[in-house]
Design a protein around this ligand. Structure first.
Ligand SMILES: [Zn+2]
Length: 469
């Protein structure tokens, strides 16, 4: 009986937290955001969509405005959505989801894209399909980086693009191939504006798309293949908890970013859509019939009177004199150093219940021997939560190196050579410079877990280049 009572209390607390998150998101809708500047003639836009429909959900109105104003437009689809097995089963009214059906389904999704973008005024010459594996992009970013270790899609059972209309037909399913495709496209477009998924989007293909495009752009700028500072990077959000609220078709309602993400690293802007444009976006969303058949309410909730876009604040590793930062769990010596990540707090039920795993901010500083990490959580750190800080460096040759630091307070860390300490809600870690992925482009992610559940995930965040390593 006691167990039952405890379970009841936990469930009630979870429901209350979920209700509060929902309510704050509903209220956020009516707060005002600065205006997003409209694309004009002479602008060159490249929109990257992980799947066939993200471009319309996140940027459909923007694309229609850009088309009307005669801006140059390319829409690049990283995958053809061939790994959504439930949708394949629904489309074929079968439980036998074979690789051949997944591939055939991908062509159906491409056809929907052509129809949707036609509604927005674009023809097939603006569209590029890359043909990488749906649900495989994060693996290509994390593990399957080189062509001798390609990712094998469990849906299509192939490790290279089987799609005849791919940008690089037969490209190996690996990070190197994808980054080189993106670089080739960007180099020929010289975009003034790039639109990519927000790094805190929950869907792994979405945040991986942010990583690949950001890494490619930094490389091109560093090598002088695109003039530095020419390209503005904008992000759009599709998957984040139960956002957007309310679900369903509410074309008169405004759209705002999730409430918890408004005070963090992103500067949000809003593009208000004229009635004819928002009506076109609604019609475009409806072209995605394989998707609306499953989650119509979710898709239609992007047909609003505006769209929201975010730009990320410039973040870099601070350079400090030796012995300024000590590893003692006391944050005072970080005075004057800006965080590299300011993370949303309290926006998930698990994070709301395990505040010691809810990341508030991450700081990075380097001296001549160590890279120092400081991690601040909402509540006191917990011995039952594991804290992972992951780094990924990509260099000019497209090579990638990783470092994973996993710490559970009270236990030995398995990452060799590091020093760490924790006190109240702060953890400090020092990594010897020689173990650090000393590459030009640096990405960082913090992941906390409790009892097999993710408490918080900051998403992979791209940092600006600092002084040479
Ligand atoms: Zn998607």
């Amino acid at each position: 009986m006691l167990l039952g009572l405890a379970a009841g209390i936990i469930a009630a607390a979870a429901l209350l937290i979920q209700f509060r998150i929902h309510l704050t998101n509903e209220l956020e809708q009516y707060s005002r955001l600065p205006a997003h500047s409209k694309p004009v003639r002479g602008d060159s836009l490249v929109v990257f969509a992980p799947h066939c429909d993200d471009e319309t959900l996140g940027c459909g109105g923007l694309l229609a405005v850009a088309r009307r104003n005669n801006a140059r437009i390319r829409v690049v689809f990283i995958t053809n959505g061939d790994g959504y097995r439930f949708a394949v089963g629904t489309a074929y009214k079968t439980v036998r989801v074979t690789p051949a059906r997944c591939i055939d389904f991908a062509y159906q999704r491409q056809a929907e894209t052509l129809r949707a973008l036609e509604v927005l005024g674009l023809d097939s010459s603006s569209i590029i399909f890359l043909g990488y594996p749906d649900r495989g992009l994060a693996r290509m970013w994390d593990t399957n980086w080189s062509p001798d270790r390609p990712y094998v899609s469990p849906s299509t059972r192939v490790s290279r693009s089987p799609y005849r209309n791919s940008f690089s037909y037969g490209a190996a399913y690996c990070g190197e191939s994808l980054i080189s495709d993106i670089e080739r496209i960007m180099e020929s477009e010289w975009p003034s504006d790039v639109y990519i998924p927000h790094p805190c989007d929950n869907h792994s293909d979405h945040y991986a798309t942010y990583c690949f495009v950001t890494a490619a752009l930094k490389q091109l700028e560093q090598e002088g293949r695109i003039p530095e500072g020419r390209t503005r990077v904008h992000t759009y959000l599709v998957h984040r908890g139960d956002w957007p609220v309310p679900k369903g078709d509410h074309p008169e309602e405004p759209l705002s970013p999730p409430s918890a993400m408004t005070g963090c690293d992103t500067r949000w802007t809003s593009l208000s859509l004229e009635e004819s444009i928002s009506a076109a976006k609604r019609r475009a969303i409806r072209q995605y019939q394989t998707q609306t058949a499953i989650e119509r309410g979710f898709l239609m909730s992007f047909a609003r009177s505006n769209e929201v876009f975010g730009t990320m604040r410039d973040r870099r590793v601070a350079t400090v004199k030796d012995s300024v930062l000590s590893v003692d769990g006391r944050p005072e010596d970080w005075h004057g150093i800006a965080p590299v990540i300011v993370d949303a707090v309290g926006d998930y039920v698990v994070a709301g219940m395990r505040k010691g795993g809810d990341v508030r901010a991450v700081y990075l500083g380097r001296d001549s021997h160590f890279v120092h990490i400081r991690l601040d959580c909402v509540g006191s750190l917990s011995r039952r939560v594991s804290y992972s800080v992951n780094f990924r460096g990509v260099n000019a040759a497209g090579l990638a190196r990783s470092l994973t630091i996993k710490i559970t307070p009270g236990k030995e860390s398995r990452t060799e050579g590091i020093f760490w300490a924790w006190r109240k809600n702060v953890m400090e870690v020092a990594v010897p410079l020689e173990s650090f992925p000393l590459h030009d482009d640096l990405f960082v992610q913090v992941l906390t877990r409790y009892a097999g559940l993710t408490v918080d995930n900051t998403g992979w965040q791209a940092l600006s280049k600092t002084t040479p390593w």
